[in-house]
Design a protein around this ligand. Structure first.
Ligand SMILES: Cc1cc2nc3c(=O)[nH]c(=O)nc-3n(C[C@H](O)[C@H](O)[C@H](O)COP(=O)(O)O)c2cc1C
Length: 463
């Protein structure tokens, strides 16, 4: 049986629809040669193919119930709650995803994150790290088709991303294809300010080209953007407050390990604010504008299936769309250069932590953050990847007094220095730290915790 996972049912891209048809009907796709050709199919056999759309799926909340409370099943009540166990019905899975920041689109990432229950609860040692065991005696082959504006760097990161995900999910047999779609935005749109029809066309053009599909009121969006360009930014081009915004972007909000690292930085950085981004509310345009008022922005998050969690991916997509649509809207204005240097004066940092021992696991997510920053004309500075992140955060004592926690403490202090005394001439590099515990000990420790949690939830179900 084959499973085809697509982003959404409505046509975001004509290409995407054609791609779906060609996969379903085993016809060959050759978009540039002849779009119509893909529509002629014979002997269609859909019996062994199932399609699911990655729409109306809630983001993973990081509650890990699928590993202990309801093993293999997600507790969120929507169509994706049994996707993890349903994967066992298929021997081939094809995913079509837009390529954004070297990784999956956020709707596809939502689905991927919601499938972690496919992995077993307990940990094992595989190679030089621990891993979740397999839950099922099952495997599938995976085809990934990335479409979008495919640049070399994006492509390289995406290849590593798929490789890492396949290692995580015990997938041996996989294939990646890239489908480059030309950028429409370069075609300049001429607007006659006096014509209402042209204004509507202009709005539609912005709507379609910046993929703002989920903004209900595009006219309002445009008016807020114009207001930002005319007032917030233009009246105060040096509004660069010497202020730092620390975002706990984990969907686990107050229970997040990220909150611990965010709080550590907050206590060390004068003039800083700490906010939580919840999993169920994405960032509004007003909040994006507020965020851009800060000099430094630090994203703190946990690693979810080898990249950032889907709620964060969605928010950085929104920030990116807002910025690029503003640059476009402002492109005929004299002050567009100023807008770009205003954006470039915003320093971006990230603190990623992960469950496995090695901090390097976070590398792809930091590269995605860097691509997001570059693509948004923001200034990427550096990131931290903290291996075995929960070990430090969940300690009952002040772990940073202990020698073995010194590398993490030093890494956080280096980041703090890079924020407080940023120097454009200096070269900043990402820092990775590994958990201090020996592998076998770490595995035993986690398995003991999982065992207690599992038996607690079994006892609760019995009551
Ligand atoms: C859905 C999900 C996927 C995860 N995937 C990974 C992973 O690929 N690699 C890893 O090392 N840890 C993984 N983890 C563990 C988290 O990175 C770890 O628990 C981290 O501390 C979570 O940070 P937070 O509490 O700030 O969200 C995953 C956790 C969840 C809930």
């Amino acid at each position: 049986m084959e499973l085809l996972i697509l982003e959404n049912e409505c046509k975001k891209h004509l290409y995407c629809d054609l791609l779906k048809e060609s996969i379903l009907y085993d016809s060959k796709y050759d978009f540039d040669a002849n779009i119509e050709a893909t529509k002629h199919y014979n002997n269609a056999n859909l019996n062994n193919k199932t399609i699911i759309y990655a729409e109306n799926i809630l983001p993973c909340t990081g509650c890990v119930s699928c590993w202990f409370r309801t093993p293999g099943k997600c507790i969120l009540n929507d169509k994706a709650n049994s996707y993890a166990s349903n994967l066992t019905k298929y021997d081939k899975v094809t995913i079509v995803s837009e390529l954004k920041f070297g990784t999956f689109s956020f709707p596809i990432k939502r689905l991927i994150d919601r499938c972690v229950g496919y992995l077993g609860t307990f940990m094992d040692i595989v190679g030089d790290d621990i891993r979740h065991e397999k839950r099922y005696e099952h495997s599938f082959s995976l085809d990934i088709i990335f479409y979008g504006q495919v640049k070399d760097k994006e492509m390289q990161i995406a290849k590593e991303q798929v490789k890492a995900m396949c290692k995580n999910y015990y997938i041996k047999d996989y294939k990646i294809e890239f489908l480059n779609i030309k950028n429409q935005v370069n075609k300049h749109f001429v607007v006659n300010k006096n014509s209402e029809l042209d204004e509507m066309n202009y709005i539609n053009f912005i709507y379609n080209n910046f993929f703002l599909n989920d903004y209900n009121n595009i006219k309002e969006y445009l008016s807020i953007s114009r207001n930002f360009l005319a007032n917030t930014f233009d009246n105060d081009p040096i509004c660069i407050q010497e202020k730092t915004l620390i975002i706990n972007a984990s969907p686990r909000a107050n229970n997040a390990v990220s909150k611990f690292y965010a709080k550590y930085l907050k206590d060390k950085i004068k003039n800083s604010n700490l906010i939580n981004w919840s999993f169920d509310k994405c960032i509004s345009v007003e909040e994006i504008i507020e965020l851009l008022g800060y000099k430094s922005i630090i994203f703190c998050y946990g690693l979810y299936v080898d990249n950032m969690p889907s709620n964060l991916l969605e928010n950085i997509n929104r920030i990116n769309a807002f910025i690029n649509s503003c640059i476009y809207i402002n492109s005929s204005q004299k002050n567009n250069e100023e807008l770009i240097s205003y954006l470039k004066s915003k320093n971006i940092y990230a603190v990623a932590n992960n469950g496995l021992k090695h901090g390097k696991e976070n590398e792809l997510s930091l590269l995605s953050m860097e691509l997001f920053s570059n693509n948004s004309n923001l200034n990427w500075v550096m990131g931290l990847g903290i291996g075995a992140g929960p070990l430090y955060a969940n300690s009952k004592e002040n772990i940073f007094d202990k020698d073995y926690a010194l590398p993490v403490k030093e890494a956080l202090n280096t980041l703090q220095k890079a924020i407080c005394s940023y120097n454009i001439k200096e070269n900043y590099n990402n820092i990775y730290t590994d958990g201090y515990i020996e592998l076998n000990e770490y595995k035993e420790m986690l398995n003991k915790i999982w065992k207690i949690q599992l038996s607690k939830s079994i006892n609760n179900t019995k009551k």
